[in-house]
Design a protein around this ligand. Structure first.
Ligand code: NAD
Ligand code: ZN
Length: 362
């Protein structure tokens, strides 16, 4: 058993319409000396009704962020931090409204507002030196668990790795399932599968424990209802279920660990920029020998919801790219320790060649 002493989200409001509480929640953090809030919002909402419901006042800063260009980068976070400090000095808070991408940017910006230098200096565990500013996360798509996790995943010049520490965790989250109603179907599935895969991986490995399993069991049950049940598909009830499943999946992996799919996913995303949740789906489909039941059920979910999972991609990849992917994946030792046991290296339970072979199948 590994003991993890984890920080949780401080406050959470849940339910359809909960977004309307944001103004009064922020009011408690606006002071006479500092009443500036920074809103980071997924660009999708720029011309949508939600944009008009954001409780931003004249002194606040609002940034719409296009997350489709690339996954969050250290440079992007540094630039945002510099712009905010130049325009307003240290704000009273940062609010991220969007998917895993915007939530990670909000967490990272909160930390970088008080920590000097580039965010790439802080990619890793407990490297951040000072507490960030108050930060709020509001997911608009469910699955990554970024709303509850203690990491803000950034791609830097050298690596894709999170800023991971107690201060990364949101002070407040608002879980309003109605915000997810407009997510396109394939994206809904890919991001939802991140939860499913988090749970399968967290409960199939050496670090699993009753605490992490309890969350995973419930999240998996919810996923089965959402993706395989009689009322499967995108609807208001399932949007509620998926938002809760995402939160539970995030807690499950926090108290355990992710596994082989996530290790390979980091390699693929780092080299080709493939989005995390889509990358997971492409990879998980090829991991039957490691997660037989999970992969079988995943395929049933793909079929039932008529989802497109890209295949035959590796023929376009160069040997050098696959080699780099394997290096990135192999370096994630904590995931291999969990998935295969601490003796995976000496017993050759996984090798670089085996990982490359898995990539070649995709
Ligand atoms: P995302 O934030 O990348 O967004 C995916 C797409 O969905 C975008 O096009 C976005 O505009 C759109 N979208 C979001 N909400 C919408 C809505 N309500 N209606 C219509 N479109 C909407 O999606 P994601 O899958 O949640 O996040 C992926 C990111 O999360 C990756 O960068 C990954 O590294 C990160 N991640 C972080 C953690 C963590 O613990 N911090 C865990 C897993 C993944
Ligand atoms: Zn994930």
């Amino acid at each position: 058993m590994q003991f993890k002493n984890f920080k949780s989200v401080e406050k959470c409001v849940y339910g359809a319409g909960a977004f309307s509480k944001l103004d009064e929640i922020l009011a408690t953090k606006r002071t006479k000396d500092n009443n500036v809030m920074v809103f980071l919002i997924d660009n999708y909402f720029k011309d949508k009704p939600l944009a008009k419901q954001i409780p931003a006042y004249s002194q606040d800063l609002v940034f719409f962020i296009d997350v489709d260009i690339h996954e969050p980068t250290t440079e992007q976070v540094d630039n945002l931090r510099d712009t905010i400090l130049a325009q307003k000095g240290l704000p009273a808070g940062v609010v991220g409204i969007g998917g895993g991408s915007v939530m990670d940017i909000a967490k990272a910006v909160s930390l970088m507002l008080t920590n000097e230098g580039s965010s790439q200096l802080y990619q890793g565990l407990n490297l951040v030196k000072k507490e960030g500013v108050y930060h709020v996360g509001i997911p608009t798509i469910s699955g990554t668990g970024a709303e509850v996790s203690m990491t803000a995943v950034l791609t830097g010049p050298e690596k894709k790795l999170g800023l991971k520490c107690d201060w990364t965790v949101f002070n407040q989250i608002i879980l309003d399932p109605t915000l997810t109603a407009t997510v396109p179907k394939n994206q809904w599935f890919y991001t939802g599968m991140d939860t499913y895969i988090h749970c399968v991986e967290s409960m199939t490995g050496y670090f699993k424990n009753t605490f992490s399993e309890a969350y995973a069991y419930k999240a998996l049950d919810l996923c089965r209802e959402i993706f395989l049940g009689k009322e499967h598909g995108q609807n208001p009830i399932n949007n509620e279920k998926l938002m809760v499943a995402s939160y539970f999946g995030g807690l499950s992996l926090t108290y355990s660990e992710v596994g082989i799919c996530h290790a390979l996913s980091y390699g693929l995303s780092y080299v080709l920029g493939t989005r995390h949740c889509l990358a997971n789906c492409i990879i998980f489909d090829q991991l039957e020998e490691y997660y037989p039941e999970g992969v079988r059920e995943f395929r049933a979910m793909v079929e039932k919801n008529d989802i497109f999972i890209p295949k035959n991609l590796a023929k376009e990849w160069t040997e050098a790219q696959i080699d780099k992917m394997a290096d990135v994946a192999l370096a994630l030792t904590h995931m291999w320790n969990h998935a295969l046991g601490p003796d995976w290296k000496e017993k050759n339970k996984i090798t670089k060649n085996k990982i490359k072979e898995l990539y070649y199948r995709m």
